[in-house]
Design a protein around this ligand. Structure first.
Ligand code: ZN
Length: 326
């Protein structure tokens, strides 16, 4: 009998990524669907179920050939109830019964977790984590996500909200408002959105005359995090100052996480991590400054290697590790 397949699903605010993998985490096929917000987000489940069925039939496979479905969703996941506690990005009501609904639509076993936790599991299994069992993953995208793995397992916390690295308070007083309702979260600084905010602030308030950042903005009418990194690489002082601020706060937060957990690696992923060395070099300096000496010696900062596939591979891991009767 041929080995069963795993299905990994990564539900995002705009697109839902789905993949078939084998038990070694190798992707057999991956594809995307638009995430449909109408009907209270209920079509999302229906769309995923239909799409998996269609793809299986194209491969001449049936549900009997599938171990089950692992799903990552953007919100704290309660593993006991199989519900996503809060996912306004998907138009879902609170305590959304993701696991039960998808099991009902597909007739397959389903396991769920938070999307950032799935990305962390993906990097542990097939990416930069390289099978390490003590790992912290931080995703620097539109927001800042996090996943903490100790002894090969995600730390969930009492309500699934552990590992919310993006909402570590970096500016105790007077920080910028965050989507979570607090102010001064790491996400308001170290995300793509945060970097753009810092750039706009700098241009509006500091008026460093003649810098390339302001010239770029005047010429293009907008600026992105990538533009800021590109300008810093060219030696623009205003752009360098923004990266200094980002790497200071990120290094400080990651050092304190490492002081708490002493992971073997902190894996940095997401669009902002594409900045590469111009971000990593100052980040490592700040990290080492604030890390306990033994931690600074043994915890390594590395970039993620799976890119957008981390979420679906980690979701597939959720169902691989379950003891499901066939
Ligand atoms: Zn926050």
């Amino acid at each position: 009998m041929t080995e069963k397949w795993l299905v990994g699903v990564d539900i995002g605010g705009t697109t839902t990524k789905i993949a078939f993998t084998n038990f070694d985490g190798e992707i057999i096929e991956k594809w995307e669907l638009p995430t449909d917000h109408t009907n209270g987000g209920n079509n999302i489940i229906e769309d995923i179920a239909k799409s998996i069925e269609q793809k299986l039939s194209i491969h001449g496979m049936t549900k009997k050939n599938v171990q089950g479905i692992g799903v990552g969703a953007p919100g704290p996941a309660n593993l006991e109830t199989g519900r996503i506690e809060h996912a306004p990005n998907l138009s879902w009501h609170d305590n959304y019964p993701l696991q039960a609904m998808l099991e009902e639509k597909t007739g397959l076993p389903v396991r769920i977790n938070n999307d950032a936790n799935c990305a962390a599991l993906g990097e542990m299994w097939k990416g930069a984590g390289d099978g390490e069992k003590e790992l912290v993953c931080v995703t620097l995208g539109t927001g800042v996500g996090g996943g903490i793995i100790t002894n090969g397992k995600i730390v969930q916390g009492v309500c699934g909200a552990a590992g919310e690295i993006g909402h570590i308070t970096s500016v105790p007083d007077g920080g910028a408002p965050c989507n979570c309702g607090k102010t001064g979260c790491l996400e308001t600084i170290a995300s793509a959105t945060g970097i753009v905010r810092l750039a706009m602030n700098r241009m509006n308030h500091l008026k460093d005359e003649g810098n390339q950042l302001s010239l770029f903005y005047q010429q293009n009418g907008h600026i992105t995090a990538k533009n800021v990194f590109d300008l810093a690489r060219k030696g623009d002082l205003a752009a360098e100052a923004i990266i200094a601020e980002v790497s200071y706060h990120l290094g400080f937060a990651l050092a304190n996480i490492a002081n708490t957990l002493n992971p073997s690696k902190i894996v940095i992923g997401g669009g902002v991590s594409k900045a590469g060395e111009v971000l990593l070099a100052p980040l490592v300096n700040h990290f080492k400054k604030y890390a306990f000496p033994n931690v600074a010696r043994t915890t390594e900062l590395v970039f993620a290697t799976l890119g957008n596939d981390a979420g679906v591979i980690g979701a597939a891991w959720l169902i691989k590790t379950e003891d499901i009767k066939s």
